[in-house]
Design a protein around this ligand. Structure first.
Ligand code: ADP
Ligand code: ZN
Ligand code: MG
Length: 472
């Protein structure tokens, strides 16, 4: 595809992590029974009036600050009119001429992807189409009225892969800011992609096609890649690209036409007369700035320099503010940064099992965690024992050194003792030993496991392996 270049712009809807909806006190909880989180305001009963959720304004401002955008001192809500069952008022409260955020950018591998605007709006209800053969649909209004921001990029993205990376970075940043959980499966992040191709060196953009209905970042990349090829092949055949909206079909791995430009809506936007313009002053902006503290990109850079961790570790630790905060607290009292990082990414994460990480950090405060890591570092306990001690802290709340003392978990370094146990295991597992000798390497793990079982994990597995090899 040498002679063409691709031009991509994204429109991303993100549900905000507020407790209540955009204009009413209903809960935003995901997964509640259908039509239980609703009230006269969010189902559009006559005579009700919307009240703006300040927390949503704060989330939008936070996002704007993080992306170096201009924050409007005055912004305004507008009615976007359309007639569809997911919208009981027959209009969606959105923003049009006066969005809350303008401009700014996100850096993807040191390239700036510029933003056009970010505006606030309310989500629509969710239609659930019935099984084949039934000619009706269900509607759940729980989602109706949940606050969203819509982030619109400029057509600065130049490959499907860059589009995917942009989304990953966006998600990472918004999660870090605690603006949204960006969970694509639960629909809290949704992305429409606009794409066109043009001859290399052309100044004018090609005709764009909008793609909808991607349900993962990977699907966005694949849909863009499919569409890039489709458009180029039309042009190569001397054809013209139609301006249209297409749907990505994940099963068939292709896009299909949904509507042409002629069928596009006219939304007849106008300022919502029920809502006053929102005034945002310096005091409010400074308060939000203070709450964010160090900006994510700056913090990443500092962490890299200060602790010398690999990029992979930094990305995992920075996935949530609370995780990197915990790491930095630990680093104040223990200088083996890589060991801290390994244990947070490995053992702490594996304890999660549906719990919130906040819960684990409360149960295992830095002093207790580091007490444990010191024993591991000094070889007083093995990592196997260390993992069990972590679970024990959760149960009892005791200090690791106390648990190790009470349960007699110190690592056994006594060679004669280890040899004796290994001899026992060899005697009891003659068949496994024979298999190993015949070349079944996998059996070694089993034999080591048997020794670990007898010693409750208190011996170093590398020493055990050496001893087994010596004695058989
Ligand atoms: P519309 O008027 O159809 O809504 P906009 O100009 O508002 O179009 O742009 C919507 C999105 O499409 C933006 O993300 C923008 O970057 C992107 N876009 C605009 N023109 C093109 C183009 N020629 N090729 C690819 N993306 C484009
Ligand atoms: Zn409501
Ligand atoms: Mg537009």
């Amino acid at each position: 595809m040498g002679e063409y270049e691709v031009v991509i712009g994204l429109e991303v809807h993100v549900e905000l992590s507020t407790c209540s909806k955009m204009f009413c006190p209903c809960s935003t909880e995901f997964g509640a029974s259908p039509n239980t989180n609703i009230c006269p305001i969010c189902i559009g009963m006559p005579g009700t009036l919307p009240v703006i959720n300040e927390k949503a304004i704060e989330c939008a401002v936070k996002t704007g600050i993080a992306f170096n955008s201009d924050i409007a001192r005055t912004c305004r809500f507008a009615r976007k009119n359309y007639f569809y069952p997911d919208l009981p008022k027959n209009y969606q409260i959105s923003q049009y001429e006066q969005p809350i955020i303008k401009g700014g950018y996100l850096k993807v591998r040191d390239k700036k992807i510029n933003l056009t605007r970010i505006h606030l709006e309310e989500d629509a209800g969710k239609l659930i189409h019935s099984e084949e053969g039934e000619n009706f649909s269900y509607i759940d209004y729980n989602r109706g009225g949940i606050p969203l921001i819509e982030i619109v990029t400029q057509p600065d993205i130049t490959s499907p892969e860059e589009g995917e990376e942009f989304l990953l970075k966006l998600k990472q940043t918004l999660k870090y800011l605690e603006v949204s959980d960006c969970n694509m499966e639960e629909g809290s992040l949704r992305c429409d992609a606009n794409i066109s191709v043009r001859k290399k060196g052309d100044e004018k953009f090609g005709v764009k096609v909008e793609i909808k209905n991607m349900n993962s970042f990977k699907a966005v990349r694949k849909a863009l890649s499919y569409e890039q090829k489709r458009q180029i092949s039309i042009l190569n055949r001397g054809g013209k690209i139609q301006q249209e909206t297409r749907l990505w079909d994940d099963k068939l791995q292709k896009t299909e036409i949904m509507r042409t430009k002629e069928e596009a809506h006219d939304y007849r936007y106008f300022p919502d007369p029920d809502l006053l313009p929102v005034e945002i002053d310096d005091e409010f902006i400074n308060k939000v700035k203070e709450e964010i503290g160090e900006l994510p990109d700056d913090r990443k850079e500092r962490i890299k320099v200060q602790y010398g961790l690999p990029t992979y570790d930094i990305d995992v630790l920075m996935s949530e503010k609370i995780i990197i905060d915990y790491f930095e607290e630990c680093s104040k009292i223990f200088k083996n940064y890589k060991l801290i990082s390994n244990w947070i990414m490995g053992e702490i994460m594996s304890l999660l099992k549906g719990k919130e990480i906040k819960f684990l950090f409360e149960k295992i405060p830095p002093e207790k965690f580091i007490d444990l890591l010191k024993m591991v570092e000094e070889g007083k306990i093995t990592s196997t024992v260390g993992k069990n001690v972590l679970k024990e802290i959760l149960k009892t709340g005791k200090f690791p050194s106390e648990i190790v003392k009470e349960k007699g978990l110190l690592q056994i370094g006594d060679e004669e003792f280890i040899e004796n146990i290994v001899k026992q295991v060899i005697d009891e597992n003659q068949k496994a030993v024979d298999d190993y000798k015949k070349g079944k390497e996998k059996v070694m793990a089993f034999l080591i496991g048997q020794v670990m079982k007898k010693t409750k994990g208190k011996v170093n597995s590398e020493i055990v392996e050496k001893t087994i090899k010596k004695l058989i």
